[in-house]
Ligand binder design. Sequence first.
Ligand SMILES: Nc1ncnc2c1ncn2[C@@H]1O[C@H](COP(=O)(O)OP(=O)(O)OP(=O)(O)O)[C@@H](O)[C@H]1O
Ligand SMILES: [Mg+2]
Length: 588
Amino acid sequence: MAEREGIVYRINGPVIEANQVTGIFMGDMVEVGEERLIGETIGLDGDTAIIQVYEDTSGLRPGIKVYGTGLPLAAELGPGLIANTYDGIQRPLRDIQDKVGNFITRGVRVPALDREKKWHFVPKVKVGDKVKANSVLGTVQETVLIEHRIIVPPDVEGEIVFIIGEGDYTVEEIIAKVKTATGERELQMFHRWPVRQKRSLLNRLNPSIPLVTGQRTLDFLFPIAKGGVAAIPGGFGTGKTVLQHSFAKWCDADIIVYIGCGERGNEMTQVLEEFPELVDPKSGRPLMERTVLIANTSNMPVTARESSIYTGITMGEYFRDMGYHVAIMADSTSRWAEALREISGRLEEMPAEEGFPAYLASRLAEFYERAGLFDAGDGKLTSVSIIGAVSPPGGDFSEPVTQHTRRFIRCFWGLDPELAGARHFPAINWIDSYSEYIEDLAPWWVENFGIQWTELRTRFTEILQIEQRLQQVVKLVGPDALPDSERLILEIARIIKIAFLQQNALSEDDAYCVTMKQIRMAQAILHFYDRAKAIIEKGAPIFTITGLSVVQDILRMKSRIPNDRIEEFDDLLATINEQMDELEERYK
Ligand SMILES: Nc1ncnc2c1ncn2[C@@H]1O[C@H](COP(=O)(O)OP(=O)(O)OP(=O)(O)O)[C@@H](O)[C@H]1O
Ligand SMILES: [Mg+2]
């Protein structure tokens, strides 16, 4: 084998340069010095290589060697991913902690997937079967919630010439052999895949089913589709992380990949401590049984933060290829972009807006493009959805990361500091936010609930938009100058905001709202509005409406009527009708 080596001559933080390089190619993983620190070749010019190092480089000196591995930066994909916590280059943080304690010393090598653990493998193919990418060779019940399907890697196609019997095996044992056009391939329960390369071989479909989140403002007003892309931009403390956590807890994806690029260590600690305690509302099992965590804290090298996004999405694509619906959360993509900026600065590249490299936009595009709904064959669908938080400095959405992100996402959930300040949570601004999936998802509501959801939704957004205009007038001349029909709109908008849009992520009764309850709540509010409008037109003054006791019932319906007692909305409607009938009688 040709030697793959070079000599370090310059060290600049996490970026080092080596010359006299032989046998090392662009994108190759390298090992630096005798401690064998992990790095990646990100530039190559003649016999000079630029390498970003994923570990602390302090104390390294020129003259030490770099060793090429001949392999790109890759993730290990197989049983053991679920419930694990990794850093940006897929080092298992808990296993490392067990080995060396709380601080990751450099050069520590622990494989991403446990090499000793045995998994119970059940074969699903037999000798003579034809297999190709994503064919299921067998299954492993990885957690109570997740059956890990051992799939054929994307680059293998052929005939099974050996398949191991049912039994307990480590991830490294040969479980199958495939005769391919170029020879025989031995397959293990895991395989490696280069993180910067998308795995997609499947046919992309137009989004058509929602990723149900149980968050009313999202599901009802600004829904995301399975396979969709969304951004949550919001200034400091406006609720990005709480919203991402609500997603991870409640959304109806099969697998969650949570990438935490925290700026503060404690934010990630919170995730690491809180997630293992969470319980899946549907199964009652720990939520970690369907979750992979990727954790970066500010004390880890920025380079690991840069790669974490790719490691996360590669794992997501792997579970998608098994036929699952996957949701990926990245909190926050701004911290990732800042890592790009720092590395770019070290490389002395020509900066574009606000010091970010000119390729910021294309990197963001590459990331969000890996989402999608796909045809998994046999009429089955599979997807990767991406929800990225963005933290614009000073909450200014005109900065480059927010602006570029906007070009590649189709749901924009803008968090509003004024709403957060008024403790209206989630602080999603209903005027600036949007979803481009409305048309795609409308049929789902008809098929599953028999309702014209877009009509209900449009009535809500219209009321909220009219209210915004009327509030301008109120500011100038006060509410008394408005006719009662318009004051009614102000009242209905107030009800929509308090009763419907506000949803406390920490409350037991309201953190998750089933779709049917969302529908019944919206219908109750709109029914109240229709009846009140007719009565106002007959000359009743606005205070007769605002003074009705049923207004209080509507404001409290979210906590009074639980998800499993939806039929109680019938009583609420009856009360609305009773009180309205009585008023109508008076103003005949
Ligand atoms: N949906 C919600 N329900 C109830 N409280 C909320 C909700 N969202 C946010 N909050 C409150 O706002 C606080 C700040 O939220 P969060 O930490 O999510 O903000 P952030 O945007 O992630 O902040 P940072 O910019 O610091 O990362 C929370 O601690 C909580 O008190
Ligand atoms: Mg946060």
